[in-house]
Design a protein around this ligand. Structure first.
Ligand code: NI
Ligand code: MN
Length: 229
């Protein structure tokens, strides 16, 4: 098997490679649209973009059950170590890149907050680029549009997972601008429709992407396989 990526709703993704199962930003049990329960998840790694509840809600449960390695910034890593006595973490801060058996993970910046659910300081919000043998995948996390996305695009991104919900993140119009900077082959919208205040039309977004950029866009339902190569 190569790299398979499944969307579990909101910003939660499940990446499977030949030698690893990886969850990105697990928000399942409290997400009305999720199709998977936290207790069903089998994972070796948990990658976190920032500390907000809708990105880490099920991280501890999945980590404890699977003895999984949590990859997060210094403050979030420390929070799991101290507040939750969960020691199996590795720090990855903005600009850092770490090699794992499945490939590399890089933390980019994001323009957003990162407070933990209990009010603790969560450091800087980030995005993640996951590099496997099959490709490079940019998980923007929660962010506004920022010009440095052009630098992330210089790495050569195969698939960009971008928030389009508005209110908490950039909305569809700015996400189209983001695609121009990132220059990915495929664009996948996320972080919309979970709540009433972030209802969006992902099909209209994808149409705009294909009219205004070189990228292809695709809309998925929670539970769908997005990448399989
Ligand atoms: Ni957030
Ligand atoms: Mn969020």
């Amino acid at each position: 098997m190569g790299t398979k990526i499944t969307w579990w709703g909101h910003s939660t993704y499940f990446i499977e490679t030949e030698n690893a199962k990886i969850v990105v930003d697990p928000y399942l049990n409290e997400n009305p649209l999720a199709t998977v329960r936290a207790e069903e998840v089998v994972a070796d790694y948990i990658l976190l973009t920032h500390g907000h509840f809708d990105h880490i809600a099920d991280a501890l449960e999945i980590a404890q059950k699977n003895d999984a390695l949590i990859v997060a910034n210094f403050e979030i890593s420390h929070w799991f170590n101290t507040t939750h006595k969960y020691e199996k973490t590795v720090v990855l801060n903005t600009g850092g890149i770490i090699s794992f058996p499945f490939g590399k993970v890089e933390m980019t910046h994001a323009v957003h907050g990162s407070q933990m659910p209990d009010g603790a300081y969560g450091g800087s919000a980030g995005g993640l680029v996951v590099y496997t043998n099959e490709g490079s995948y940019y998980f923007a996390g929660d962010t506004s549009l920022f010009l440095d996305m052009e630098l992330i695009g210089n790495r050569g991104i195969d698939t960009a997972f971008l928030p389009i919900g508005g209110q908490f993140t950039m909305g569809p119009e700015d996400a189209v601008e983001a695609v121009k900077f990132l220059r990915p082959r495929l664009v996948v919208p996320n972080h919309y429709d979970t709540w009433d205040t972030i209802k969006q039309d992902p099909h209209a977004f994808v149409k705009e992407v294909e009219e205004k950029t070189q990228a292809q866009g695709s809309v998925y339902k929670p539970g769908d396989i997005v990448v399989d190569c």
